[in-house]
Design a protein around this ligand. Structure first.
Ligand SMILES: [Zn+2]
Length: 94
């Protein structure tokens, strides 16, 4: 999985940057509560989907950052957790 990004290229979107996932404190709080509780994985999964949209595309854990790419005007986003975003993009820009 070599995803060292090239800035532009056919089929590869233009990298727009990484920013924190846009979820309200409230949502994150309630997500945390659900994850700490004893509900079934299915419920947790639904909750993650509702609050964060999806999982870290690398390791499948709870994402905190969104990387976006521009594909000829269409924006594609990928979610990453803290450690994967670091591995993928480094820490240069916050
Ligand atoms: Zn990850």
């Amino acid at each position: 999985m070599a995803s060292v990004f090239t800035t532009e290229g056919e089929g590869l979107g233009k990298f727009l940057g990484v920013k924190p996932i846009n979820a309200s404190e409230e949502d994150l709080e309630s997500l945390k509560k659900v994850l700490d509780s004893k509900v079934s994985d299915c419920v947790k999964t639904l909750k993650i989907k509702r609050v964060l949209g999806s999982w870290c595309i690398v390791c499948g854990s709870i994402p905190t950052q969104i990387a976006s790419y521009d594909y000829n005007g269409a924006t594609k986003i990928e979610r990453y957790c803290d450690s994967c975003v670091e591995k993928q993009f480094g820490r240069s820009e916050q």
